[in-house]
Design a protein around this ligand. Structure first.
Ligand SMILES: [Zn+2]
Length: 296
């Protein structure tokens, strides 16, 4: 575990007290909207994942993708602490937890998927795909055996159960490395078109791969704006009313995380580390300013 994560667990009771005190003096702070981001949920973590959700539920109200969309589009203001659940990459475990755990909590989530990954029909090719595109820092031997993809039928079942499908590019490419607009269109717009054709539903939500500002660009955002109503990052923060629907913040967590760590993130204890990146994303979302983040 990272040292600062350990620290966030230890100091969580203080963070909790500080925030309750702040809310006492500034009641508007009681109204919050955040988005949680999970990836795979391994089978031996189903129980813990369920425990995490029950702990989160003590303080947060899970909202549906439709309620979130309506709020971000300025149609319905939300009161209290509201949380949207999202899953990236389209691992088969997502469907399994949706059918069992999310169903029992009555939670509707967004699943961001990749047409090139969905099309794979063999588990060793799926694991090779993960190592080549989704987690490029991993060797194929390191990819867990359960990391295989949902197929088109799995996605249809999620839709029938009331969940939402979003696009996550065709292949899971780092969009900041693509300069050519035609290539960007292919990765971004085509992913939505294929999902729409295969699933017969409109695709309004887009999450860019890797989620950090260094993996995105103003050009890619401009292309994505032309096709989607809402664009999600992997940058932590509150989705307060002034946040653009093209610069949505999400808190990345794992099914191993201690509930105090998740609660610390949801209380904004790590937001300051993302302020520079969030400011850059906001400037792109609001003006499409033509500048690139420093890559290092
Ligand atoms: Zn991803």
């Amino acid at each position: 575990m990272q040292v600062h994560h350990k620290l966030l667990i230890i100091i969580y009771p203080l963070i909790y007290l500080k925030n309750r005190l702040m809310e006492f003096f500034y009641p508007q702070l009681k109204n919050q909207i955040r988005v949680l981001l999970y990836h795979d949920i391994p089978p031996d973590k189903y129980e813990y994942f369920s425990f995490q959700l029950s702990e989160i539920k003590k303080q947060w109200n899970f909202i549906s993708p439709d309620e979130f969309t309506s709020h971000m589009s300025g149609k319905t203001p939300l009161k209290g602490k509201n949380l949207l659940l999202t899953f990236d990459d389209g691992f088969i475990s997502n469907k399994l937890v949706a059918e069992s755990i999310l169903k029992s909590f009555g939670i509707k989530a967004i699943f961001f998927v990749l047409p090139n990954f969905i099309n794979i029909s063999n588990s060793s090719l799926a694991r090779k795909y993960v190592a080549d595109y989704i987690y490029p820092s991993m060797n194929i031997e390191e990819v867990p055996i359960n990391w295989i993809n949902m197929n088109w039928d799995d996605l249809q079942e999620l839709i029938r159960a009331g969940h939402t499908i979003g696009a996550h590019t065709m292949s899971h490419t780092k969009l900041s490395t693509i300069i050519d607009v035609g290539e960007l269109q292919k990765e971004i717009a085509e992913s939505a078109e294929i999902l729409e054709q295969k699933l017969g539903i409109p695709i309004r939500h887009f999450a860019f791969p890797f989620g950090n500002i260094e993996s995105f660009s103003p050009e890619a955002l401009k292309v994505a704006k032309g096709h989607f109503g809402l664009i999600y990052s992997g940058l932590r923060g509150k989705n307060i009313p002034t946040v653009s629907k093209y610069a949505i913040r999400r808190d990345s967590v794992t099914p191993k995380d201690h509930p105090f760590l998740i609660a610390s993130f949801l209380n904004g204890a790590a937001d300051f580390q993302y302020s520079r990146s969030v400011n850059i994303l906001d400037s792109w979302a609001n003006t499409n300013a033509e500048f690139r983040p420093k890559t290092n």
